[in-house]
Design a protein. Structure first.
Length: 317
């Protein structure tokens, strides 16, 4: 979204730290819900570009500064405050919300997915309204929509290979999906038949296969974040159309999970239907208001007209 600003890499003031901490909580909560990507929340909350730049800053230049003992220069240049505030928020979500979200997923998945669906729809609308549309943008949007639509319907591999090379490439794919809006890394692992196996490795502390998997994640994160960051710098509108398409196509999974939740409800009459609609609208309104506060040009809020957000400074002629 247009709210992305790389100065967030070096936050100043408690409001910016609070924003990053809250964004971390939202990303962590999204990653706890199967089929919802933390990258989607980063894009919704306007920190996606800064997140890519922070990941991209982990490079040989900063490593050489560390080895050379130039700690003060490294302290000033490296976006440790951004990553720390965001990371603490992610961990807070894991420890504080895991039980709550797990309970909702088990007993009321429809209501939870309805809220996330509203947030994703609002984000898609905000992005689509700001893209300068042309042939390349329309093609990117169409291809990514179809790709995400197909991926989220892919069946899980029944006889998956768990060799070290497979774990390495599974880690690369999963981490790429994790920072790609619309597709969750855990869902990619589930498709590849590696999800339960990797969880078993974590529980049993199998260090060698875990290290191979983690190395694949790190390498995939370094390479893919650089690619996305380059695309956003050189082909901003086409890349944003691509990301919006991924989010639109991934809604198939959200709708499917919500529909399965409807089937297990003992009684799904008009009060439940009204609550599902209200939660969807609440998610849509929440993202629209946050976007308006950050950028002042959310299409839905401008259409409504009653919430104008911050005024842009007038430029002198």
């Amino acid at each position: 979204m247009q709210a992305d600003r790389t100065p967030l890499l070096h936050p100043r003031g408690w409001l910016q730290y609070l924003r990053l901490y809250g964004s971390g909580i939202a990303m962590g909560a999204a990653d706890l819900v199967p089929g919802v990507s933390g990258g989607t929340m980063a894009l919704i909350l306007g920190i996606y570009r800064a997140l890519l730049e922070a990941i991209r800053s982990v490079n040989g230049h900063h490593l050489r500064m560390l080895l050379a003992g130039r700690f003060l220069q490294l302290w000033r240049e490296f976006p440790w405050r951004f990553l720390l505030a965001l990371g603490i928020g992610l961990l807070s979500a894991v420890f504080l919300l895991a039980n709550v979200l797990g309970e909702l997923l088990e007993k009321r998945p429809t209501f939870l997915y309805a809220f996330f669906a509203g947030m994703i729809i609002a984000s898609i609308l905000a992005i689509v309204a700001r893209v300068r549309w042309g042939g390349p943008q329309a093609l990117a949007f169409l291809l990514s929509t179809v790709a995400a639509f197909v991926i989220v319907a892919a069946p899980q591999l029944q006889e998956a290979d768990h060799s070290l090379p497979t774990l390495f490439f599974s880690g690369m794919l999963a981490i790429c999906a994790m920072i790609l809006p619309g597709i969750s890394g855990s869902f990619i692992l589930l498709i590849l038949g590696q999800y339960e196996y990797v969880l078993g490795l974590v529980r049993q502390l199998e260090l060698i296969p875990l290290a191979v998997f983690a190395f694949g994640c790190v390498l995939g994160l370094m390479l893919f974040s650089r690619l996305l960051s380059w695309l956003l710098r050189h082909y901003e509108h086409t890349t944003m159309a691509l990301l919006a398409g991924f989010m639109l196509g991934s809604l198939r999974l959200i709708v499917r999970e919500a529909s399965e939740g409807v089937a297990v409800l003992p009684r799904f009459d008009w009060p439940e239907q009204a609550l599902v609609l209200a939660l969807t609208l609440a998610g849509l309104l929440l993202v629209s208001v946050l976007d308006q506060l950050a950028a002042g040009e959310n299409p839905l809020m401008q259409r409504v007209g009653w919430f104008r957000g911050p005024r842009k400074p007038k430029t002198k002629r």
